[in-house]
Design a protein around this ligand. Structure first.
Ligand SMILES: *[C@@H]1O[C@H](CO)[C@@H](O)[C@H](O)[C@H]1NC(C)=O
Ligand SMILES: *[C@@H]1O[C@H](CO)[C@@H](O)[C@H](O)[C@H]1NC(C)=O
Ligand SMILES: *[C@@H]1O[C@H](CO)[C@@H](O)[C@H](O)[C@H]1NC(C)=O
Length: 193
């Protein structure tokens, strides 16, 4: 493929991300693919520390999580291997359910271990508070439910958390393995721009 002439674009400010592109090249005749250099002098990395509680309850009359699929052997498995659930869990400032709501964790989790209680989480945590209102972080990875202290990976985000990376340290404050009801404390560290 023939490379088109190099285009020099000075200081294109992408509104809202404050990412300054200094030099861009088109590949091919159209501009479907454009590669640019970044001017990092104008790009400050920030770190946000988030602290909240997540409440997940698959039981009761108003569940926050519902199983949507399972395998024939899931019922017989001690770890509910093969269970897939969709959750819409409240995130609150304090541990009490009456505490101020600051966001919701929505997405899916799947039981993916035959030996231990492990969940593969694929969820976005969207906040409604102050300048974080409408911004979200995405968590993808293993949630080792059998241990009290766990670590989750933050793989991206939107809004304030665009291009985010980070991790969440979580702790089960309450866990009922019969009903699945759980209250989890979260300390999240997110690097973003
Ligand atoms: C968050 O944003 C929504 C939609 O823009 C708005 O309706 C709501 O009032 C905002 N909440 C807060 C706490 O600022
Ligand atoms: C979160 O941070 C608080 C305050 O530093 C600490 O007391 C708590 O143990 C931490 N929890 C987790 C799950 O890391
Ligand atoms: C779990 O929930 C069930 C039903 O509400 C209750 O009977 C049981 O005592 C709970 N177990 C624990 C460990 O809290």
């Amino acid at each position: 493929m023939e490379r088109s002439a190099e285009t020099l674009v000075l200081a294109i400010l992408l509104i809202s991300t404050a990412i300054v592109l200094v030099k861009c090249e088109n590949e091919g005749e159209d501009s479907s693919f454009v590669e640019c250099e970044l001017n990092l002098r104008h790009r400050k990395q920030k770190v946000s520390q988030l602290h909240f509680y997540l409440y997940d309850n698959p039981a009761g009359s108003n569940p926050t999580a519902v199983p949507i699929a399972k395998a024939a052997m899931t019922e017989k498995s001690a770890t509910q291997f093969g269970l897939l659930a969709v959750a819409d869990d409240p995130l609150t400032v304090g541990a009490e359910q009456t505490s101020k709501l600051i966001g919701r964790a929505q997405g899916m989790y799947a039981s993916d271990s035959k030996q231990e209680w492990n969940l593969l989480l694929a969820m976005h945590y969207t906040f409604i508070e102050g300048k974080y209102n409408g911004s979200s972080i995405s968590v993808l990875g293993m949630n080792h439910v059998s241990t009290q202290d766990r670590e989750l990976t933050v793989v991206g985000g939107t809004g304030i958390f665009r291009m985010a990376r980070g991790y969440a340290m979580t702790k089960a404050i309450y866990n009922n393995f019969t009903t699945g009801e759980a209250l989890i404390q979260y300390n999240v560290t997110v690097f973003h721009y």
